[in-house]
Write a protein that binds this ligand. Structure first.
Ligand SMILES: Cc1cc2nc3c(=O)[nH]c(=O)nc-3n(C[C@H](O)[C@H](O)[C@H](O)COP(=O)(O)O)c2cc1C
Length: 362
């Protein structure tokens, strides 16, 4: 089975082609990674690559309760315990570097959220006491954009010191980088807005800054050309993402491009919609990860067709700490429990049974 074959990612050899997709779990009170998180990731160390949950690069980049950060010494030490635990289990882990931009609320940090343009997202902000309307974000000034690029660079340094094997830049799902990419959320008239080249500038500046810290093919980028999460709309997403992906193709030292699979078209029904992974494959010759709705069978099929090199599993990785073993044996999978995706404590986090625990208890 191709899914279970080793894969050379830059100068690291992954044990298989299964990637645990990045998933926010809100289990870091105070923003500091902890022992519970180390146990969670260690349980899943048999996948070829773990991409950590989104981890904010600065305080104003946080948009949800108890998500971990990656900009202070205490956070670095917390993450070090996580990376040590994963490495002890023979695994590899990249940190997903995250800035939510406008998808935030002053509730979390006392500051006005920031964005390319002063347009609030649709819907309500998630606040523990109940949803609140989103605030109108502060439109970033050029010098503030440079500061954020510096924050990504700093976070990349912390990730390195914390023992991660690499970093993934979160350019997907309507967060800050995606807000710059899309015409619906970026209405700037300076060098960061307007043309596709200008809208890609922030993504590329962040990527270059992070690659200064990790110059050895340890930087991945995640994009969601087909998504409209968090009001990520674009007049012509095929053109926008063709531009972004072609620009990333020029960066030969990139470790991978990670695509969130969904049809790329206009926000309504669109017969011309194209498959996001196929679009990326046609423009990007390096390592491609595709994630979104895969079963092991459809993942294997995608690998056979060489549509992607690695396949990410989100919800299946939550529910099946021994996903690799289950794929190998060809058995059934535990169902993920949505109620505990973003809750607290061990339930739905550390207590999904493995085949070994089931055998032991029967
Ligand atoms: C609980 C949960 C949290 C998520 N958090 C993140 C995140 O922090 N960063 C990100 O890029 N995607 C995040 N995602 C999206 C997943 O990485 C993945 O793209 C999505 O679940 C689709 O894959 P699946 O069908 O295999 O679950 C999250 C998904 C889930 C279910």
């Amino acid at each position: 089975m191709r899914l279970l074959e080793k894969y050379p990612l830059g100068n690291v050899t992954l044990a298989n082609r299964i990637v645990m997709a990045p998933m926010t779990r809100n289990r870091a009170p105070g923003g500091i990674p902890n022992e519970r998180m180390a146990t969670y990731y260690a349980q899943r160390a048999s996948v070829g690559l773990i991409v950590s949950e989104g981890t904010q690069v600065t305080a104003v980049g946080q948009g949800y309760q108890d998500t971990p950060g990656i900009y202070t010494g205490a956070q670095r030490e917390g993450w070090r315990d996580v990376t040590n635990a994963v490495h002890a289990g023979g695994g590899h882990i990249f940190a997903q570097l995250w800035h939510v931009g406008r998808v935030s609320h002053s509730y979390y940090h006392g500051m006005v959220p920031v964005a390319p343009s002063p347009i609030p997202p649709p819907g309500k902000a998630y606040i523990p006491e109940g949803p609140l309307p989103y605030e109108t974000p502060h439109a970033l000034e050029v010098k503030e954009i440079a500061e954020i690029v510096g924050q990504f660079r700093h976070a990349a340094t912390i990730a390195r010191e914390a023992g991660f094997d690499g970093v993934e830049i979160h350019g997907a799902n309507g967060y800050l980088i995606d807000q710059f990419l899309r015409s619906g959320t970026n209405q700037r008239v300076d060098q960061y807005g307007g043309s596709i080249e200008n809208r890609c500038r922030f993504l590329l500046e962040v990527t270059h800054a992070v690659m200064d810290v990790w110059d050895d093919r340890r930087v991945g980028v995640r994009l969601s050309p087909g998504g409209t999460t968090n009001g990520a709309v674009d007049e012509d997403p095929v053109a926008t993402f063709s531009g972004a992906i072609s620009a990333l193709e020029q960066l030969s030292a990139l470790a991978y491009l990670h695509i969130v699979e969904a049809p790329v078209g206009t926000s309504g029904p669109d017969e011309r919609a194209v498959c996001a992974t196929e679009l990326a494959r046609s423009l990007y010759t390096g390592t491609l990860i595709s994630t979104g709705g895969y079963s092991p069978e459809s993942a294997e099929h995608a690998l056979q067709r060489q549509l992607a090199d690695l396949i990410g599993f989100g919800r299946l990785s939550i529910a099946n700490p021994d996903l690799v073993e289950r794929v190998r044996v060809g058995t059934t999978f535990n169902e993920p429990d949505r109620q505990t995706f973003y809750s607290r404590g061990d339930r739905g986090y550390l207590d999904y049974p493995t085949l070994a625990t089931v055998a032991h208890n029967s």
